[in-house]
Design a binder for this molecule. Structure first.
Ligand code: UDP
Ligand code: MG
Length: 340
């Protein structure tokens, strides 16, 4: 499958704008993961479908992946799907987390273009036509860059620090302040889909895919209802996934620190030998104890770092599927409305 995709993508690579596809309006799929979003799911569907109504061509598609919600989110989606064939409901068998749920949505989205966005209306569906305009001008990926965030100062500072750190560490250029909100062509969507790593940092995979990537400045709204599903723990998890999946710099720091230490120790050793030969008595264990403790700590830190990578290797070699689907249009649509 992967080979097939890459051959197809290679064949499609050209510098001309998408005039050939531009003649027939592209089918747009909007892929959204939702988790306990009962409070705003109706509003979300209304706003996205209104935008899809305004696009030429169609029928477009709205893929809503329910990430194991415990409220009535999925029931609401199914009820709406009964009246609007553009909605494709998919339910995962449990909560798999945002990035995996978004991957599932990407897997089900079969349009010529795929828009990925959050389900809490922080990303405005109304900018999709602007993304389409940039795509028509030849972009394969149009990613939203946040101009103004409406989050607490603490979160803002953390986000800013993170994007700057990963920019320095990552092997490839990851655009600053851009989240998962984007429009990608079928080719890029296929590249992102066929990259089946477990610890997914989709915005990184998107950048990795290459092709012509264009930013689009958008304001990011505050969440319209409900609570954020990302606690600090999840945010740190995502940050670590970003850094460890796209950088081996942390592990290399160990090598450099080790080399520096060895050089310093050689130098100090020489100094001590000279001091000893001049009958300069050492003062006792303080320096010794301190340095043993210090380097013990350094070793533990880097053992932990190596563990991060080894753990990720372990996760990958298990080769489990990324998610399990409980229900989708292929598995009995008739039973949906009573679903909770
Ligand atoms: N989400 C999900 N699974 C999760 C957590 C979140 O599908 O385990 C969805 C959530 O419903 C929303 C999107 O991912 O549509 C972004 O989550 P949230 O707004 O809570 O994150 P934040 O914007 O606070 O970072
Ligand atoms: Mg949000």
């Amino acid at each position: 499958l992967a080979n097939d995709v890459f051959q197809r993508t290679a064949a499609l690579t050209s510098d001309e704008p998408h005039t050939a596809i531009g003649r027939t309006p592209p089918r747009v799929s909007v892929a959204i993961p939702v988790y306990n979003e009962e409070a705003l799911i109706q509003e979300l569907m209304r706003r996205v479908l209104a935008v899809l109504d305004g696009l030429p061509g169609g029928p477009h598609q709205l893929v809503l992946v329910d990430d194991g919600s415990r409220d009535r989110t999925f029931a609401c989606i199914c009820a709406a799907a009964q009246h609007d064939r553009r909605i494709l409901p998919v339910a995962l068998s449990r909560n798999f987390g945002h990035q995996i749920a978004l991957t599932a949505a990407l897997d089900y989205a079969d349009g010529d273009l795929v828009v990925m966005m959050d389900g809490d209306l922080q990303d405005r569906p109304e900018v999709i036509p602007d993304m389409l305009t940039l795509w028509r001008d030849g972009a394969d990926v149009v990613y939203a860059v946040r101009t103004r965030r409406k989050e607490t100062w603490l979160l803002k500072t953390c986000y800013q620090a993170f994007y700057r750190v990963i920019e320095r560490l990552a092997h490839l250029k990851l655009p600053r302040d851009s989240g998962d909100f984007c429009l990608v062509s079928r080719e890029v969507a296929d590249v992102m889909r066929t990259t089946r790593e477990q610890h997914r940092y989709l915005r990184g995979l998107r950048a990795w895919a290459g092709f012509r990537q264009e930013p689009l400045l958008v304001e990011r709204d505050a969440r319209s209802a409900g609570d954020s599903k990302y606690g600090f723990r999840q945010l740190f998890q995502l940050a670590f996934d970003g850094i460890f999946s796209f950088s081996t710099v942390p592990i290399r720091v160990a090598t450099w620190l080790g080399l520096t230490t060895v050089a310093l120790t050689l130098f100090l050793g020489l100094f001590w030998v000279v001091a000893w030969s001049l009958n300069y008595a050492p003062q006792g264990f303080t320096a010794l104890a301190t340095s043993i403790a210090f380097f013990g700590g350094v070793q533990l830190v880097f053992l932990g770092l190596i563990g991060e990578y080894v753990g990720r290797i372990y996760e990958e070699v298990k080769n489990r599927p990324l998610y399990v689907v409980r229900k989708s249009s292929e598995t009995g649509a008739s039973a949906w409305p009573d679903d909770t």
